[in-house]
Ligand binder design. Structure first.
Ligand code: XIL
Length: 351
């Protein structure tokens, strides 16, 4: 029996995993019980899972995960109230079934905006009433910053933005605060927060929100990273920038791909991945966890976007981009059979 990860980092931050409800059972469930003290739903709490059609909620999978957190008295990160992906299309249709994004009439545009913001508040209210007792941190908005600079603020021109401008961000935070209360921890979450111009655009948005009195408590760094990217210096600079604002920070979707971008998918199975790459990954994990520990007062939670290498969204990415439609990634500290990898020993401080 190896030492538990959550105990190892007890003094620094909680350790989480993203899961599908079925992973609560069997061997993945045992690993989860033993090594982690925080969970997040990989998909089960996204808008398309919870409210596939207007007013029709499907709580089944989400309830299983929430109950697990309650029963085990561990943290639950809620992911996510607002996103441009995995959101059902009805949010963006007017009462006649027309796309609100395409509306050109100004009076109608204003009406549409109000309708969208009401739907958003309604969604947030229902979700908070059901899970507010157990959720310890809320991803209020996810990926609102664009990778490039499509407009002055660098905001993603999603349907949310096209219909409601940046007001949907304010409404989302204010509604979550109103329903979840003063103690709820509210996050803005994004990927590539170590990269310009995204980092500065995110920073400027957060500063504006704080100055306007919008209730925001923290920044979530997804951290879908690679062996050689981003650099530790860039990561450190990001954490320093947001630390100066006095915000909490969380590492919300950590995985360390064995490929660059785009992934070549050159390894077709776990067996084909050379030991040298797993060693390199271990060094990488060691470096990033030392960095997280440097920021232990600022970073309250580190969540892996999965448990073992048998279940990772990165496999889909590796397959998509490979020549032959096959490809295996191996981003975690547990292998496909939940054996510990060199990366596990590295973060746990074994020589
Ligand atoms: C991914 C899930 O892992 C996949 O199962 C699903 O098909 C697509 O979404 N950024 C996020 C997560 O915020 O919600 C995404 O999760 C990964 C990227």
């Amino acid at each position: 029996e190896v030492p538990a990860m959550d105990e190892r980092f007890e003094e620094s931050f909680s350790i989480g995993a993203a899961i599908e409800p079925f992973q609560l059972d069997g061997e993945s469930g045992q690993i989860l019980d033993y090594h982690y003290n925080s969970v997040v739903a990989e998909n089960a709490m996204k808008p398309e899972s919870l409210q596939p059609s207007e007013g029709q909620f499907d709580w089944e999978g989400a309830d299983r995960i929430a109950d697990y957190a309650r029963e085990n008295d561990i943290e639950l990160r809620f992911h996510t109230l607002v996103w441009h992906n995995q959101v059902p299309g009805w949010f963006f249709l007017d009462e006649d079934g027309n796309s609100m994004v395409e509306e050109e009439d100004n009076a109608k545009r204003e009406e549409n905006k109000q309708l969208l913001l009401e739907r958003l508040e309604m969604h947030i209210q229902e979700v908070v009433e059901r899970y507010g007792d157990v959720v310890t941190s809320w991803d209020v908005v996810n990926e609102v910053i664009d990778d490039d600079q499509p407009n002055e603020q660098g905001l993603r021109e999603s349907p949310w933005y096209q219909i409601a401008g940046d007001d949907y961000i304010r409404t989302a935070f204010e509604a979550t605060r109103r329903f979840a209360g003063e103690d709820a921890m509210l996050y803005i979450n994004d990927y590539n927060t170590e990269v310009e111009p995204k980092r500065t655009n995110l920073y400027n948005l957060v500063v504006d929100l704080i100055e306007e009195g919008v209730p925001i408590d923290g920044v979530g760094h997804q951290s879908h990273i690679q062996l050689g990217w981003p650099s530790i210096d860039d990561m450190r600079e990001t954490y320093e920038m947001f630390a100066e604002l006095g915000l909490d920070q969380q590492i919300t979707e950590l995985d360390v791909s064995i490929y660059g971008w785009p992934p070549s998918g050159e390894f077709k199975s776990e067996e084909e991945i050379p030991d040298s790459i797993l060693e390199e990954q271990a060094e990488r994990y060691e470096a990033i966890f030392s960095l997280y520990e440097e920021f232990r007062d600022e970073i309250s939670n580190v969540t892996f976007w999965g448990i073992g290498d048998n279940h990772t969204w990165l496999d889909d990415r590796a397959q998509e981009h490979s020549d032959d439609g096959a490809g295996k990634d191996a981003p975690f500290v547990f292998d496909t059979e939940y054996n510990v990898k060199p990366a596990y020993y590295a973060i746990m401080g074994f020589e």
